[in-house]
Design a protein around this ligand. Structure first.
Ligand code: AGP
Length: 605
């Protein structure tokens, strides 16, 4: 979480810092700030709340200077107020930080014993005060290097110095940091997305690296202060980034983009003439994989859960799923014949990245399913499968979820085929059905009008429940996550068969219960569970592809989806659930693209 930008230029930088911070807001948006160096002074401006407030402050009191750093915050230590907003500056140095300094309490205590006074409750301010001491006797590079040695935890840092009005120092350990190059201007940023409007030439710092940049040159150093070279990458040209067009917000744009993103992803991987899935350079023999372990967080974890059903259905491989924050601390029995698949939209999620590092240390096969191909997780895994969804800006993941599921669906089918676990005819039939998916998603999104009516039922409800079995169980979990994330209403997802083991006690008159029941092998069982809920007063929204009217009796609303193929039902039922969360949040006047307390990229554990 938190976003960092730094610009060294031959012209004033505050406008470009603000523009970059707006792009970084998806990483955190509870406070914002910047600092520039001008006429031998550190000029610091900060506020709680959004970048737009910071922009207003600058409008009244501009921050001059050709060099500066900026920050958007997702609070870890200290409430989101102005004092805790970054940068944290002393007389001579100013620091922006992404990550957590785990030994900050000890360091703070030592500094206080020396008589140092803290202005904030943050962990970051210890860096400022340590640096301030070191700079009295050392060059900026040596001061930064020697300060970093004292820090435990994860960080990406941007630092400027009163006495050096042409120098920014950046450093990375555990949190991402990119460097951008341009004529008479160089940059640091938390990700390439923030730098994209200024440059397409990028390098990435590795853990332990320090960079020193001026407007004309960038130097890199390793942990031991040896000069090192970095690869310069040219970024792809994403034309449709960050423009919400006529849509009210990014989330609804991204929901309605899904048929197109699905089409792009399918075109990328499917050879329609041969009805085959093209995965090039698979770095292992599919027949020799004994077990697959799918790992992710939040929505990405839900796509892993859906994929478990697909891998079990199409292959003879044993499959496990794991939440990255649990996986990374468990006593895992690693096995070289296993394949560890990491799923992450951003490719920067700290827990997922740490779980991947653990696999790398244990020298097992890794693969990542990501949206951001330049991300840490993509760069660190043996094999990358990009979902090609384009930038996802809304904090609530929608089109990336569909992209992740698509990739995992194709992957499970291909594995089944390569291993001889499914017949060619079945394989090709599933591919030809998959090609129809984008058009079917368009039909599913036409449920929006009815969903708007359903949404009203949630306005005065205490909470809600989402039920499904088989493929629909993870979709129930995802539907509940979307609703709570966006509307701040309590929502729980359950396997429908679990209801009578406890959750049924929560059912009372008028409680909205969403039942996802496509016409698969679980259909009649789920419908029986639904009747048990109806008998106790639950208000049902049934999402199904069955046209059986008898089933709909006593059901408050039924959303009828088209039928495509049983194993593809998760894609279809995800559409009305995303729309439901969106419309409830809209009625409740929530900040849809930036729900409270959350951030798009979770780069702290
Ligand atoms: C979902 O709507 C989320 N905002 C969240 O659960 C997200 O999926 C999770 O933090 C993982 O992010 P990643 O895909 O970038 O790793």
């Amino acid at each position: 979480m938190c976003g960092i930008i730094g610009i060294a230029s031959n012209k004033p930088v505050s406008t470009n810092i603000i523009n970059s911070l707006k792009k970084l807001e998806y990483r955190g948006y509870d406070s914002a700030g910047l600092a520039t160096i001008n006429e031998n002074q550190i000029n610091e401006k900060k506020c709680s709340g959004r970048v737009e407030y910071l922009e207003k402050i600058l409008f009244k009191t501009p921050a001059m200077g050709n060099l500066g750093i900026g920050h958007v915050r997702w609070a870890t230590h200290g409430v989101p107020n102005e004092a805790n907003a970054h940068p944290h500056s002393s007389e001579i140095v100013s620091v922006v930080h992404n990550g957590i300094i785990e030994n900050s309490k000890i360091l703070k205590h030592e500094l206080e014993k020396k008589g140092k006074i803290f202005k904030s409750q943050t962990d970051t301010e210890v860096i400022t005060l340590l640096l301030t001491d070191e700079l009295k006797i050392k060059t900026p590079l040596n001061a930064v290097h020697d300060t970093l040695i004292k820090l435990e935890g994860s960080f990406a840092l941007g630092i400027i110095f009163k006495e050096y009005d042409d120098m920014i120092i950046g450093a990375r350990r555990g949190s991402p940091l990119a460097v951008g190059y341009s004529k008479d201007e160089n940059y640091i940023g938390s990700d390439s997305y923030a730098l994209k409007s200024m440059t397409n030439k990028i390098s990435y710092l590795d853990d332990g690296d320090i960079c020193v940049l001026t407007k004309d040159k960038v130097e890199f150093y390793d942990l031991s202060k040896n000069k090192i070279n970095k690869k310069v990458l040219t970024l792809s040209d994403d034309k449709n980034i960050a423009d919400k067009g006529d849509y009210k917000n990014f989330m609804i744009k991204e929901i309605f983009e899904q048929p197109i993103t699905a089409k792009n992803c399918i075109n990328e991987y499917i050879d329609k003439s041969r009805e085959d899935i093209n995965f090039y350079n698979i770095p292992f023999d599919a027949k020799k994989i004994n077990k697959i372990i799918l790992i992710g967080c939040g929505t990405a974890y839900h796509s892993c859960l859906v994929a478990k059903y697909w891998f079990e259905e199409f292959t003879s491989i044993e499959v496990e799923t794991d939440i990255a924050s649990e996986f990374r601390y468990r006593k895992i029995r690693f096995n070289k014949n296993n394949l560890y698949i990491f799923v992450s939209q951003s490719g920067e999620t700290a827990d997922t990245s740490a779980a991947l590092d653990l696999c790398k240390k244990n020298k097992v096969k890794t693969c990542s399913v990501v949206n951001v191909v330049e991300s840490t997780i993509a760069r660190n895994s043996d094999w990358v499968l990009p979902i090609h969804a384009g930038p996802e800006i809304g904090v609530a993941s929608t089109k990336a979820f569909i992209g992740q599921m698509l990739l995992l669906y194709m992957f499970s089918l291909k594995m089944g085929y390569l291993r001889g676990d499914i017949e060619k005819e079945d394989y090709q039939k599933k591919i030809s059905n998959l090609i129809k998916l984008p058009d079917i998603l368009i039909e599913c999104l036409k449920t929006e009008d009815k969903i708007q009516l359903v949404a009203k039922d949630f306005l005065n409800s205490k909470g809600s429940m989402f039920l499904g079995r088989g493929f629909s169980f993870p979709i129930a979990l995802e539907g509940a996550l979307k609703l709570k994330e966006l509307s701040y209403l309590h929502a729980e997802g359950y396997p429908a068969g679990e209801m009578k083991h406890g959750p049924l006690a929560l059912i009372e008159n008028g409680l909205p219960v969403i039942v996802i029941s496509p016409h698969d092998k679980y259909f009649h069982k789920t419908i029986s569970n639904m009747q048990e809920v109806i008998a106790r007063g639950g208000k049902i929204l049934l999402i199904t592809d069955s046209n059986d009217n008898v089933i709909s009796e006593n059901v408050r609303f039924t959303i009828n989806l088209p039928y495509l193929e049983k194993s593809l039902s998760p894609f279809l039922s995800a559409m009305p659930l995303q729309l439901l969360a969106y419309h409830v949040a809209l009625l409740k006047k929530r900040d849809i693209d930036k729900p409270r307390n959350l951030a798009k990229s979770v780069t702290v554990e």
